[in-house]
Design a protein around this ligand. Structure first.
Ligand SMILES: Cc1cc2nc3c(=O)[nH]c(=O)nc-3n(C[C@H](O)[C@H](O)[C@H](O)COP(=O)(O)O)c2cc1C
Length: 167
């Protein structure tokens, strides 16, 4: 069965995961940066990678998802939050809702990805009454995210996708 990986990545985390997934995919698997992808998806399996923005796929990927129909899709995303958090669950639910209107979702994978230091700085500068103010807990999460995606994440992403595609 033919597969294509299409990813969107602003700072490189999602791109890394995409290329790590490719390593154990069949040789004829194609990979594209969404910015360079043109035409239609003709492969049987579509693997989509996005970065999380407000519990949704980044807007470029979200718009692309909305153009798809009749595809079998597996998604992977990177985010600053913990993948098994409520925020992670909401993200997966949102992704499924966007795609399932016209497609079949075979599975959604998430792992942490380092957060742009400018965002961390913005949280640090936020006023104390802002919902974005830096808390000890948030800082810890940003520091942990800075260590991802790592080898364990790559392995988990590969296992997740290979498990679904039975490679
Ligand atoms: C503008 C912006 C919004 C973000 N929003 C979220 C968010 O809502 N939840 C979250 O967990 N991470 C959020 N992040 C963190 C990114 O999803 C995370 O760093 C991701 O790994 C970036 O992937 P990339 O390197 O492929 O661009 C945000 C980052 C940016 C720059």
């Amino acid at each position: 069965m033919s597969s294509v990986i299409i990813y969107s990545s602003a700072t490189g985390n999602t791109k890394k995961v995409a290329y790590e997934i490719l390593k154990t995919m069949p040789e004829d698997t194609k990979i594209y940066d969404l910015q360079e992808f043109q035409g239609d998806v003709i492969e049987e399996n579509l693997i989509l990678g996005y970065w999380v923005d407000r519990a949704k796929p980044n807007k470029e990927m979200l718009h692309f998802m909305e153009t798809l129909s009749d595809k079998k899709v597996i998604t992977f995303g990177t985010l600053g939050a913990y993948p098994d958090s409520e925020h992670g669950e909401t993200t997966k639910k949102n992704v499924t809702e966007i795609l399932e209107k016209h497609n079949t979702v075979l599975g959604n994978f998430l792992c942490q990805g380092k957060i742009n230091p400018r965002i961390t700085e913005m949280f640090k500068q936020a006023s104390t009454d802002s919902p974005h103010q830096m808390t000890e807990e948030r800082l810890k999460r940003h520091q942990e995210a800075a260590l991802h995606p790592n080898e364990e994440d790559f392995e988990a992403a590969r296992a997740f996708i290979n498990g679904i595609l039975e490679i």
